[in-house]
Ligand binder design. Structure first.
Ligand code: YH5
Length: 363
C-alpha cells in the first residue's frame, strides 16, 4: 500500500500578494508556500519532492489510490484548530501558548522536586507562572524518568489534588500529567480540565473510557518502550513516519471510544524512546503532524537533546536551548509548548508574536 504524507515548509510571514501560492497553517500565524510530498510504500520512502503550493493540486492528482487521503490531509493542514475548553476556561490555539510544568514529585530530575509535601508553595509557584503569561499549568505527581519507581495512585492523588484544588479555586486552567485513570478522575474532580498522558491512554485500560466519559481534552504523546528501559536501544525505520502513524492509530482508538476529535492533541514525545538523531528528525519535521488535524504539543524543555547539542550542559543550564526549541516549534505552528521556564518562554513567544503581527499589519 502506498501512502502520501504532506509536510508544510517554506514558511512565509503573510499571505498578502501571494494568492494561490500560500496556505495558512492550521489557522495560525504562519503560512506555507511549499509542501514536502513524501510517498511511502511498505514502510519505505519511494518519492520525496518539494512541491510549491500552486502546483500542489496537480501533484496530488498523480497519487492514484493515495490521492483522496492526501486531499483529506491537506484539509487538516489548513483547518483552524478549535479553542481548548477546560471547564470554565478557554485557551485559543490560533497562536502558540505556554503550558507551564508544575512537578509535585519528590524526585523530579528536571527541577529537583522543589514542591514535594508543600501544596501551598506549589500552588504559589503555579500562580507565578500564570502571572508570567502561561496559558495553563501541567501538574504531575509521577516521575517518568528512566528507572523511576512506579508511584501508587493513592500517593499520586495525595500529591496533586491539594495543589489542583488551590489553583482551580484561583481560576487556573489545569492539565493533569498522569497515566492512571484514578489520578485523572481525582484531578478532574479537583478542578483540572485536561488530561496529559505520556502513554497516550495505553497504560491504564480504564483511561480511554474515563476521558471519553468526562468529555475533556487529552494530549496523546508518543513513546516507544517502557519508561524504565525506553532509552536502552530505540529503533525506528523512519521515525517521523512511524510516530505519525502511531499517533494516527491512537487518535482512531480514542475516536472509537467516543472521544471527540476536537478534544484530542498530539505530541511527538521528545526523549521518550528516542536517540538524539530521532529527536532531531522529529523537531525538524514537526509541521508534518498538523496533517493529523489536531493541535500539536511539544515538550523539549530542559531535555537531554539540549545537553547533547551544547557540550553536555547540565539540566540547570538548559534555558537558552529550551527557548531555542520552543521558538523552533512556534515557527512550525506548534500550538502548545510544555515548558519549565514560563516567564522566559512567554517573553520569547511574545517577541516572536510581535514580529508576526507586524508582518501582518497593513502597511
Ligand atoms: C512531553 O514531552 N515530557 S516528563 C527529562 C528532562 C527534562 C524534562 C532533565 N511529560 C512530556 O519533562 N508530556 C514529560 O531532562 C510530557 N510531552 C508531554 N505532553 C519528562 C520531562 C523531562 C525529562
Amino acid at each position: 500500500m502506498t501512502r502520501a504524507f504532506l509536510r508544510p515548509t517554506a514558511f512565509v510571514d503573510a499571505p498578502f500578494g501571494h494568492d494561490g501560492q500560500v496556505l495558512r497553517l492550521a489557522g495560525g500565524l504562519v503560512w506555507f508556500s511549499a509542501v514536502e510530498l513524501i510517498v511511502v510504500a511498505d514502510g519505505r520512502r519511494i518519492r520525496q519532492e518539494l512541491v510549491p503550493v500552486e502546483r500542489l493540486d496537480a501533484a496530488l492528482a498523480t497519487l492514484g489510490a493515495a490521492e483522496a487521503a492526501a486531499r483529506a490531509t491537506l484539509a487538516c493542514l489548513t483547518a483552524p484548530r478549535a479553542p481548548l475548553v477546560l471547564g470554565a476556561r478557554t485557551v485559543p490555539l490560533d497562536q502558540p501558548q505556554a503550558m507551564a510544568i508544575l512537578n509535585v514529585t519528590p524526585d523530579s530530575f528536571s527541577d529537583g522536586g522543589a514542591h514535594a509535601g508543600d501544596p501551598a508553595g506549589a500552588a504559589e509557584a503555579g500562580m507565578r507562572m500564570l502571572e508570567a503569561g502561561a496559558a495553563m499549568l501541567d501538574i504531575g505527581g509521577e516521575s517518568t524518568r528512566p528507572g523511576a519507581a512506579t508511584v501508587w495512585e493513592g500517593d499520586e492523588i495525595a500529591r496533586v489534588a491539594p495543589v489542583i484544588e488551590r489553583l482551580a479555586r484561583a481560576g487556573a486552567a489545569i492539565s493533569i500529567d498522569t497515566r492512571k485513570a484514578a489520578v485523572m478522575a481525582a484531578a478532574l474532580d479537583a478542578g483540572a480540565g485536561l488530561v496529559n498522558d505520556v502513554s497516550a491512554l495505553t497504560y491504564d485500560p480504564q483511561a480511554l473510557g474515563l476521558v471519553a466519559a468526562r468529555r475533556c481534552p487529552v494530549v496523546l504523546m508518543h513513546y516507544q518502550g517502557a519508561p524504565a528501559t525506553m532509552q536502552r536501544d530505540p529503533h525506528y525505520r523512519d521515525v517521523l513516519i512511524e510516530v505519525y502513524d502511531w499517533l494516527a492509530e491512537r487518535i482512531a482508538a480514542c475516536e472509537a471510544a467516543g472521544i471527540a476529535r476536537a478534544n484530542i492533541l498530539v505530541d511527538p514525545g521528545i526523549g521518550f524512546g528516542k536517540t538524539l538523531r530521532h529527536n532531531l528528525a522529529l523537531l525538524n519535521g514537526l509541521s508534518l503532524f498538523h496533517g493529523l488535524g489536531c493541535p500539536i504539543v511539544l515538550g523539549a524543555s530542559r531535555k537531554r537533546t539540549i545537553g547533547a547539542l551544547s557540550n553536555e550542559a547540565p539540566v540547570e543550564q538548559r534555558l537558552s536551548g529550551s527557548i531555542a526549541l520552543a521558538l523552533a516549534g512556534a515557527a512550525q505552528g506548534v500550538q502548545l509548548l510544555r515548558v519549565h521556564d514560563a516567564f522566559e518562554t512567554v517573553q520569547a513567544l511574545r517577541v516572536w508574536r510581535g514580529l508576526r503581527d507586524e508582518a501582518l499589519a497593513p502597511a
